[in-house]
Design a protein around this ligand. Structure first.
Ligand SMILES: NC(=O)c1ccc[n+]([C@@H]2O[C@H](COP(=O)([O-])OP(=O)(O)OC[C@H]3O[C@@H](n4cnc5c(N)ncnc54)[C@H](O)[C@@H]3O)[C@@H](O)[C@H]2O)c1
Length: 389
């Protein structure tokens, strides 16, 4: 433990691309000090250490010995479980990059290790932490935006064939899952965070154009405990890229349109005009003014609740995490809080590959998809299920 109560000492494992976002966020935060880094590739460790002024460490034990309280795990998804469990056994807390694991079995192993450790595990889902998502979460939970009824969640991105050139990309062994796990998971996590408990889903996964072992497009229809329904699409074949969540409630339409990160301005709230006010003004309550704005001004609970604009970058979550840990409280994006998202991804593959409706309750340890997102099916069977023509 650091003797300086006001500064959190941090280490980092996996000095590749996304490690730089962690490095920049810790460096810009006066209450955090990034002191140590480790990568299996010594050259990567050295380069990162020079860039961020950290101690280069040749093992996890060496890293933890630098008196760190928190370690960012920025390694590829298939290594998350072993690395996180080793760090928990060394007694430190972990900020684990998405996807937390590549299956539910691994997630439960980490949860067990967490129970036995002085450390805790938090997961990077930075889109929960921008100011607008926090506002949306709070107002929806209070019922101030009405009750959700219909939602649309889209991750329409584009990855050319060359994206899959590295050996570890495009296959189950290297990635653990397809774009639903690797790309769509950001919007899926935010949708579930805003909508609450999901119950059942029906899905289709299709391999249309890319040289991969899994899907390049997936689509799911999902039901929620509150009676709402949503459609969820993830694609890597969409040239005009967008990330979008739209939630239609009994009170209006809440929408975010962005790509890899949003600011407050990327969100909109379209309140349903109050029926009595409209009728008093001689307006048909069932119609808007026609130009996309409500026919009558109503109290805008969305704008009224605005706070300082915090975009949904890594810094948004890391700044909050540093404050939480220094104040001795838990951080909201715990490992456990992300299990419904991993259950959703698991159920999507199970539904698409088995052609069945999947309930969350079906995802027990004896279910084939609990251990592998391909459910242990042969490559031929997966191909047959994903064929579109
Ligand atoms: N939150 C986001 O927006 C976001 C964006 C991109 C990537 N990610 C996630 O970040 C993680 C890393 O992705 P990346 O694009 O930075 O990958 P990367 O390949 O650029 O970097 C990974 C690094 O980890 C090292 N490594 C591999 N196994 C290791 C091990 N066992 N111990 C120590 N180091 C090890 C590699 O040598 C490499 O330097 C993935 O989980 C990915 O899904 C998140």
């Amino acid at each position: 433990m650091s003797t300086d109560e006001q500064v959190l000492r941090v280490g980092l494992v996996g000095c590749g691309g996304i490690a730089r976002s962690h490095g920049r966020a810790y460096t810009a935060n006066p209450r955090a000090r990034l002191v140590a880094a480790h990568d299996v590739d010594p050259a990567a460790t050295k380069k990162f250490a020079e860039e961020f002024g950290t101690a280069p460490c040749d093992s996890l034990a060496d890293l933890v010995a630098q008196d760190v309280q928190l370690v960012s795990v920025c390694t590829p998804p298939g290594t998350h479980t072993a690395t996180t469990i080793a760090l928990l056994e060394l007694g430190v807390s972990v900020l684990l990059e998405k996807p937390p694991t590549v299956n539910l079995a691994d997630m439960d192993l980490i949860a067990q290790a967490e129970q036995a450790s002085a450390g805790s595990v938090y997961v990077v889902f930075q889109h929960r932490h921008g100011s607008a998502a926090k506002r949306a979460h709070r107002l929806l939970a209070q019922g101030a935006l009405g009750a959700p009824q219909v939602a649309v969640c889209e991750t329409l991105w584009y990855r050319p064939e060359s994206y899959f050139d590295p050996d570890w990309r495009g296959n189950w062994a290297g990635e653990g899952g397809g774009p639903t796990l690797g790309h769509g998971i950001h919007q899926i996590d935010l949708l579930l965070h805003l909508m609450g408990e999901w119950t059942t889903l029906d899905a289709r996964a299709a391999r249309i154009a890319r040289p991969v072992e899994f899907e390049d497009v997936s689509m799911a229809a999902v039901s929620f405990a509150n009676g709402a329904v949503a459609s969820v699409t993830t694609s890597l074949l969409s040239p005009r890229e967008t990330s979008r969540i739209r939630i239609d409630t009994t009170g209006g339409t809440l929408e975010v349109n962005h790509l890899y990160g949003y600011a407050d301005a990327d969100w909109s709230w379209f309140p349903l005009p109050d029926a009595q006010t409209l009728a008093a003004n001689g307006v048909d309550p069932g119609r808007s003014s026609g130009d996309g704005t409500p026919a009558t001004a109503v109290t805008d609970v969305w704008q009224a609740a605005a706070e300082t604009d915090v975009p949904s970058a890594h810094a948004a979550q890391i700044d909050e995490l540093v404050d939480d840990l220094l104040a001795g409280r838990s951080h909201p994006t715990t490992l456990a809080s992300t299990r419904p998202t991993m259950e959703f991804v698991t159920a999507l593959y199970a539904s698409a590959l088995e052609g069945a409706t999947i309930a969350r309750a079906d995802l027990t340890p004896d279910q084939a998809f609990y251990r592998h997102l391909h459910g242990g099916l042969s490559a031929q069977r997966v191909s047959d299920r994903m064929r579109t023509v």
